[in-house]
Design a binder for this molecule. Structure first.
Ligand code: URA
Length: 231
């Protein structure tokens, strides 16, 4: 014996079929075929909306849990988590995760954009052309990469062909950066380039407009400058 929902579905299918065949209207229990079919459509749309709302609630609860877990991690746990990250599609194309270089106890933290080809091969930030220039700039003010600074990026994985980071990638990956900054607890942050500057100031103005003022990132003085690759 068929259930009433199966019988109802058979009826809906028959009514749709009769409509597709161009048969004249059918009236059942004072309702026309059109009324029955549109009521069924409205019911299905409502059900789909409810399912998608439940799924969204579940995924935002899972994301809140994830952010909460990150906020409790120590440096080693965070690094290990980032090294295994599969939260966005960049994990499919990266060779290596690029977490940081330099000294995690440094007073100055430099935040760049994302690894390029050389960084993706080496697993270290700023080791290509732009990195060599950064080292030179640091040396000119008697700072060494190894001891005096901590270097990382907004994104920990290389965007294919060095394209700009996408909003979704920035949204996910900056949860790592936020914890990284909290753990390193620098005295000053230097943001190099648009993406680091915009994320850390929370302001979408172009770099040229953001540059030239000192900001505060959660109480830490934040200075913004051009990306060494642009100099
Ligand atoms: N550019 C960046 O922003 N970061 C790197 O690590 C290398 C190049």
């Amino acid at each position: 014996m068929k259930s009433s929902s199966t019988k109802r579905q058979v009826l809906i299918d028959l009514l749709s079929y009769s409509k597709d065949l161009g048969l004249g209207d059918i009236v059942l229990d004072d309702s026309t075929r059109e009324e029955i079919l549109s009521a069924d459509l409205a019911k299905r749309i409502k059900l789909e909306e409810e399912v998608s709302k439940t799924e969204n609630n579940q995924s935002s609860a899972a994301k809140s849990d994830w952010i909460e877990r990150l906020s409790e991690m120590n440096y080693e746990a965070l690094q290990e988590t980032v090294n295994l990250c599969r939260e966005c599609a960049l994990c499919e194309t990266r060779n290596q995760v690029v977490f940081s270089d330099g000294n995690p106890s440094a007073r100055l933290m430099i935040v760049g954009e994302a690894p390029g080809a050389k960084e993706d091969q080496a697993g270290l930030p700023f080791v290509g052309q732009a990195g060599k220039f950064l080292d030179l700039l640091l040396a000119s003010v008697s700072l060494s990469r190894k001891d005096s600074v901590y270097i990382c990026n907004v994104l920990k994985c290389r965007p294919p062909s060095n394209r700009n980071p996408l909003p979704d990638e920035i949204e996910m990956c900056t949860h790592y950066l936020t914890r990284q900054i909290a753990l390193v607890a620098p005295e000053v942050i230097l943001a190099v380039g648009t993406f680091a500057a915009q994320f850390l100031t929370g302001n979408k103005l172009p770099l040229g407009k953001l540059r030239g003022s000192t900001y505060s990132y959660k109480g830490v003085p934040l200075v913004i400058t051009y990306h060494p690759a642009a100099l």
